[in-house]
Design a protein around this ligand. Structure first.
Ligand code: ZN
Length: 67
């Protein structure tokens, strides 16, 4: 009963995760994936630092949040 259904399910799961990873930015500090697409204009990105790159919320608030 699990033969074909199990196989196609696993295959579909792999295909779903790959383009999402490729299309999303990573934090330049901790390398964690952030929920911002690479084709997003930098003017509309949260936590983007000119000259440094894309940061995640945690790194951004640690670097710039408290002053
Ligand atoms: Zn980070």
């Amino acid at each position: 009963m699990t033969g074909i259904a199990g196989r196609t399910g696993r295959l579909r799961a792999q295909q779903n995760t790959k383009p999402r990873e490729d299309g999303c930015e990573r934090c330049v500090c901790c390398r964690r994936q952030v929920d911002i697409r690479k084709d997003t204009d930098i003017e509309f990105r949260p936590f983007y630092v000119e000259g440094a790159g894309q940061l995640c919320y945690d790194c951004y608030s640690e670097l710039y949040g408290r002053s």
